[in-house]
Design a protein around this ligand. Structure first.
Ligand SMILES: Cc1cc2nc3c(=O)[nH]c(=O)nc-3n(C[C@H](O)[C@H](O)[C@H](O)COP(=O)(O)O)c2cc1C
Length: 355
């Protein structure tokens, strides 16, 4: 199997398939949801502001909440001030995370001013930051980058070399520049150049929406693991499908009953865990996840007009015609529901929510 395992020092990532950090999406509920579906070897928090963390900002604390079930788990931080980042990384270690990751990719204007992809334009400062964080923590330290600021300033190879020299233990690369945002195609050729240039593990990222694409990314770049972002909330089964495809050359597709189980349990979990903004997350998730469901536009309409999270759940149950208590009593009519999950949504520029 090509994605069987990646080790970042003592941390075993098995299979070598990673859920990308996504602000507004990869909260504790979504991460557990993906973990339970299988096939994902490492999950990451969304990025957290080092300043917010050190000021004990409530939002930052919420972003750093995780459960044992989520291990191995990486916490991602961002910032631009070396000592503060080192301090924040040390808090991450104290909180028990398996890995600390530095964000060098966020394109949002507010973030670029204080870190994110803005640091790709100041390599001396970046080197200082790498060294400070490295000396502040004993857990594995990784970074996630875009390939550069613009087509004229592609710096992935020099950044990866500096990272390696400073003791960074793996590098994830989203194959786009900052100016590209999400337009155009991810440049896997640059990921391949980085793989040739360094010995630390290289994690390939960008535009993988199918198991076939994951395999192609691996074949074209030689990357050690593949990281999946936007495909996860629209097709949370993708990790399992990739694993199956890797093993057998084929993979199964979810049916309506699977989709129902998934959407219902994700929603129930959001409500149970009292995640702030549950209603918005439910609506967002419904807009991605109901494509492919028969008469999905009607379900989307019903969810979008709901006023409370409980109403959303009622409407989802009604749509999929959940059995009445009498039907529940009859084992023949019972819905298959052995493994409950939860699930969820995207907010494109929600980077700012971390500040
Ligand atoms: C809504 C959203 C939020 C994101 N938030 C983060 C983040 O917090 N940290 C980060 O390193 N990348 C973030 N990203 C970038 C993803 O991790 C990933 O690099 C990018 O989406 C490309 O991968 P994909 O083509 O598989 O989606 C975000 C992307 C999206 C769409």
């Amino acid at each position: 199997m090509i994605f069987e395992e990646l080790r970042i020092r003592n941390v075993r990532i098995r299979p070598a398939q990673i859920l990308a950090p996504m602000a507004g999406i990869t909260d504790t509920v979504f991460r557990r949801f993906i973990r339970r579906l299988g096939g994902c070897g490492l999950i990451m928090t969304e990025f957290v502001s080092s300043e917010g963390m050190l000021r004990q900002n409530l939002k930052s604390q919420r972003f750093l909440y995780y459960t044992e079930e989520e291990r191995p788990i990486t916490a991602q931080i961002f910032g631009a001030e070396p000592d503060r980042l080192a301090e924040a990384a040390s808090v991450i270690e104290d909180l028990g995370f398996d890995i600390v990751d530095l964000n060098l990719g966020c394109p949002a204007k507010k973030v670029v001013k204080c870190g994110g992809s803005g640091l790709l334009r100041d390599l001396p400062l970046l080197e200082t930051i790498f060294r400070k964080i490295r000396s502040a923590v004993s857990i594995p330290f990784t970074c996630k980058i875009r390939i550069g600021w613009s087509d004229e300033e592609i710096v992935a190879v020099p950044v990866a070399r500096i990272a390696e020299q400073c003791g960074v233990e793996a590098i994830a690369i989203h194959g786009r520049t900052r100016l590209q945002g999400y337009s155009g195609r991810a440049r896997w050729d640059v990921i391949a150049q980085v793989k040739d240039a360094v010995r630390i593990p290289v994690i390939g990222n960008g535009d993988v929406f199918t198991p076939e694409a994951a395999k192609a990314l691996r074949e074209q770049t030689g990357c050690d693991a593949v990281m999946i972002g936007r495909a996860a909330p629209t097709n949370p089964w993708i990790f399992r499908q990739m694993e199956e495809f890797d093993r057998t050359g084929t993979y199964s597709h979810p049916g309506d009953a699977d989709r129902y189980e998934l959407i219902r349990t994700y929603y129930e979990m959001l409500v149970r865990e009292e995640i702030p903004g549950s209603l918005g997350k439910m609506k967002q998730f419904a807009s991605w996840f109901t494509h492919g469901v028969r008469n999905g536009s009607e379900l989307r309409r019903q969810v979008q007009s709901a006023a409370t999270p409980h109403q959303v759940i009622e409407r989802v149950n009604g749509f999929f015609a959940v059995p009445t208590p009498e039907q529940e009593a009859s084992p023949n009519l019972q819905l298959h529901s052995e493994h409950k999950q939860d699930e969820f949504a995207i907010v494109a520029d929600s980077c700012e929510s971390s500040l």
